[in-house]
Write a protein that binds this ligand. Structure first.
Ligand SMILES: *[C@@H]1O[C@H](CO)[C@@H](O)[C@H](O)[C@H]1NC(C)=O
Ligand SMILES: *[C@@H]1O[C@H](CO)[C@@H](O)[C@H](O)[C@H]1NC(C)=O
Ligand SMILES: *[C@@H]1O[C@H](CO)[C@@H](O)[C@H](O)[C@H]1NC(C)=O
Ligand SMILES: *[C@@H]1O[C@H](CO)[C@@H](O)[C@H](O)[C@H]1NC(C)=O
Ligand SMILES: *[C@@H]1O[C@H](CO)[C@@H](O)[C@H](O)[C@H]1NC(C)=O
Ligand SMILES: *[C@@H]1O[C@H](CO)[C@@H](O)[C@H](O)[C@H]1NC(C)=O
Length: 773
């Protein structure tokens, strides 16, 4: 969604200028606040809650006149006073708390703020499914409360589950990271927690976005509004689509958003094949919205369609149901006149839209009399929700370096503390993109001052871009005198955001100099804290012996300061692990526009993410230290899995390939008894130190061959477990061979290779041989 794109603003003016408006429709003064409220309106069949949603939706579509239908094809949907239907704003945002980005949300009312959870990339680092689900549920409660008080809609456009493909991406911070399995797991938990698990009934509506292959804002001549993502079938199937498939199939999300970019030449909102597959194969039941102005871009920006009417026809016929923006409002009537769309196309869109509104109870009369009607200001910014925001930040924080166990500090022994860095006393940008108005934001400095009385703060730089050394000297002086020195460096929204990718992975401006200058004068070794969503090349700090410890705190949200203080002083043992690879600066030579996941050494292309990348890394996917150490044991896992060669599941196609080309594999969709092959992997985790705390167990698999563009390894399961000093903890991860041990071939088919597969757990490996007989 674009809220601050000057580019698009200019472009809006031009389309408004050339467009012709329909004559305005007069609005009856008596339009009620809620549909189906009041005796005059409640007798319509679409208001009859005894009827199934399908017939209520259909009946409403039939009652509408053409101009009314068209007026509903925008996020800012008009009222239909004749039927007692008030206007509805479809666009509200809730990525990591109710956000101000969408026009559906207002903080001007009896609810002046909402809980600000950490930005998603940090929550992903917690690798804790129940945490994600709890956060989704908490946001849903605040959303309903705000809706009841006229301060939000019920349709929210989160989560953002695009793969964090390139470290420069300005919106990588909004996502659960670079791994498709992790992103899928996050999507499922967030969506089910948010929407509720009551079948057809929706507490609020979540939206899987942005479909698909969207992960570039602006790079060189490329812009998200026109970028053509050239994606192989192989990458699409095993990287770009899985989070969406899970979000819909298992998460049962009620909305999908198509993205601005083109996918192999065709605008995402006009990809009929893809949008249809979502319904027919993934079982999607919900509405498809365009990203904001993503219909206008099809013609105005991309010139994919020859006229505005063709753009309207292309997206409606493809299966897009509603347009964030006004393009459908303005051009659908003439598209109809020109025979490019039919009223049937519009009816289908409205049916999908009403179905979701009905499931939300929007047409059940006054919502304050309904199931969620009592939620109000007393349910927002509650102690419980704020404690969850703190918990989420703590669980996500990643300890990247901790030489000689410098951390944790003993609070009682620290006589003076100097806190340095432009983000150290910031409350306003600590939530990253899509933040609302937090309940009670506190900066790192404010929290640390509460722990150590003699704490001083010096920014060192004027701001995060840090163009000047003017303020270095005061920071250096403070560092010289204090007993303990913490430098907070890294990114904020000036560096990475919607419509803005980074060009470098180094610390912005002169921040690196600031860190080094401070480290060179301090009495003891210093602690470096990194903010931001995207990875940083901090080789200099990793190598600097005067920097003992490095922590990544992402955008930790309103409780981030407290979370950091608890980690610093050992009240909480960090257990977060990086959800993305940290690449060296040299990676910026790779064109951001190259969507290939797989390395191609013949052209010097290193590949992307831990699954395919061949180059050096600063920190790998899954890196994260603790104040204790852990060892693993495989307690039980099979050594051999047998596929019956003669059974019906092995088709002639698989067999022929095997015999003629010596390729030993089977197509997973031809293995009929996949479920029967599932097995649990029993794992023992030993906490080998004297600190308790949580640990994230990550199980990877490696296929028999890595040629053919197969991943070096892939995450197949994870579990965050509580551990006790010097004790074992057990956990079990269920492996589904057809899913987890299979790889994708070049045509996009999942195949299970015959041969020795390896399960990887830290440094341990366990072989599982798949044989046919
Ligand atoms: C609502 O629908 C039910 C089931 O068809 C019907 O029996 C009932 O009369 C309807 N109620 C009203 C008020 O029309
Ligand atoms: C929404 O639509 C109404 C007409 O139904 C119009 O008066 C209003 O200005 C629109 N709001 C926005 C933000 O475009
Ligand atoms: C908040 O709402 C009040 C009353 O509706 C209105 O007068 C005021 O202008 C609004 N303030 C903002 C900042 O929108
Ligand atoms: C606070 O710490 C500084 C060193 O950073 C020291 O110079 C100063 O005397 C201390 N102040 C108090 C009141 O202890
Ligand atoms: C599969 O192969 C068997 C034996 O080679 C043959 O009898 C059978 O007709 C084939 N089936 C199909 C569908 O091609
Ligand atoms: C996972 O998150 C939940 C919710 O915050 C928390 O209660 C639980 O302790 C966490 N599990 C671990 C192992 O950290």
């Amino acid at each position: 969604m674009s809220t601050e794109s000057t580019h698009l603003t200019i472009f809006f003016f031009s389309i408004i200028f050339i467009s012709t408006f329909e004559p305005s429709i007069s609005i009856a003064a008596s339009s009620p606040k809620f549909p189906c409220s009041g005796p005059r309106y409640s007798s319509f069949p679409f208001c009859n809650t005894s009827l199934p949603i399908t017939s209520r939706a259909r009946s409403l579509v039939h009652l509408l006149r053409l101009h009314e239908k068209i007026s509903l094809l925008s996020d800012n949907a008009s009222a239909v006073p004749r039927l007692g239907i008030p206007a509805y704003e479809w666009w509200s945002e809730s990525l990591h708390g109710i956000a101000t980005n969408g026009p559906g949300v207002s903080f001007n009312g009896s609810i002046p703020s909402a809980t600000s959870f950490p930005q998603v990339i940090l929550m992903a680092a917690a690798f804790n499914r129940s945490l994600w689900s709890s956060v989704g549920s908490a946001i849903a409660i605040e959303a309903r409360a705000m809706y009841n008080h006229g301060q939000a809609g019920l349709t929210f456009w989160a989560p953002n589950i695009n793969i964090f493909r390139d470290p420069r991406w300005g919106r990588g911070q909004e996502t659960p990271g670079e791994d498709p399995m992790l992103a899928s797991a996050f999507a499922i938990e967030y969506v089910t927690g948010f929407q509720g698990r009551n079948g057809e009934e929706l507490m609020v509506s979540a939206c899987c976005k942005h479909f698909t292959a969207y992960d570039l804002e602006k790079w060189q001549k490329f812009s998200r509004y026109s970028f053509d993502a050239v994606v192989t079938e192989q990458d699409l199937v095993d990287t770009y689509q899985p989070p969406f498939q899970s979000c819909i199939q298992e998460g049962k999300a009620s909305c999908l958003m198509c993205s601005y970019n083109r996918v192999n030449g065709v605008p995402a909102c006009a990809r009929q094949d893809m949008l249809e597959k979502v319904r027919s194969e993934w079982g999607f039941e919900g509405y498809i919205t365009s990203d904001c102005d993503a219909v206008a871009t099809v013609y105005e920006y991309q010139k994919y369609s020859k006229t505005p009417e063709d753009a309207v026809a292309d997206v409606l016929k493809a299966g897009t149901d509603i347009n964030c923006g006004t393009y459908l409002l303005r051009h659908t009537r003439s598209a109809l006149k020109q025979g490019k769309v039919s009223e049937k196309d519009i009816d289908r869109a409205l049916y999908n839209l009403f179905s979701v509104q009905l499931r939300l109870g929007l047409f059940d009369g006054d919502p304050r009399k309904g199931k969620f009607g009592k939620l109000g200001p007393q349910n927002v910014c509650t102690e419980e929700h704020r404690a969850l925001a703190l918990e989420a930040a703590k669980q996500g924080i990643v300890l990247l370096k901790n030489k000689d166990k410098f951390l944790p500090l003993n609070k009682n022994n620290v006589k003076s503390l100097a806190v340095i860095g432009p983000m150290a006393d910031d409350r306003d940008h600590i939530g990253g993109g899509y933040t609302g108005i937090p309940c009670n934001p506190r900066s790192l400095f404010e929290e640390l001052r509460g722990c150590v009385q003699n704490t001083t703060f010096f920014a060192g730089c004027n701001d995060v871009p840090c163009d000047s050394k003017d303020r270095f000297s005061e920071a250096v002086l403070a560092a010289k005198e204090a007993e303990v020195v913490i430098v907070v460096a890294g990114l904020d929204m000036t560096q990475e955001r919607e419509d803005h990718d980074r060009v470098s992975l180094l610390l912005p401006g002169k921040q690196m100099d600031l860190v080094s200058s401070v480290a060179s004068v301090s009495k003891k070794r210093i602690i470096l804290v990194l903010t931001g969503g995207g990875p940083l090349d901090v080789t200099f700090a990793e190598n600097n012996p005067w920097i003992s410890s490095i922590l990544w705190i992402g955008y930790p949200g309103e409780a981030g300061g407290k979370a950091f203080a608890e980690v610093l002083f050992g009240d909480f043992n960090p257990g977060g692990r990086l959800p993305m690879t940290w690449y060296p600066e040299s990676f910026t030579r790779v064109p951001m526009s190259d969507m290939n996941m797989r390395a191609d050494l013949s052209r010097g292309y290193p590949g992307r993410t831990y699954r395919f990348y061949n180059g050096d890394r600063i920190y790998g996917f899954g890196h994260g230290l603790s104040y204790t150490s852990f060892t693993y044991k495989f307690l039980s896992a099979p050594k051999k899995l047998s596929l019956l060669r003669s059974f019906k599941g092995l088709s002639n196609r698989s067999r022929v390939l095997e015999e003629t080309q010596g390729i030993n594999y089977v197509y997973t969709d031809e293995v009929e008894y996949c479920e029967s092959l599932r097995f649990p992997v029993q794992i023992s985790v030993m906490n080998a130190g004297d600190a308790g705390g949580a640990h994230v167990v990550m199980l990877f698999s490696r296929a028999p061959r890595s040629t053919g563009g197969f991943p070096k390894k892939q995450l197949i399961g994870f579990d965050r477990v509580h551990t006790v000093p010097f004790q074992h903890t057990e956990t079990s991860i269920l492996v589904d061979p057809c899913n987890h041990l299979s790889v994708t071939d070049e045509s996009g088919k999942r195949v299970l290779l015959i041969g020795e597969h390896v399960l990887i757990l830290g440094d341990l490996e366990h072989s599982v041989s798949i044989e046919t007989y």
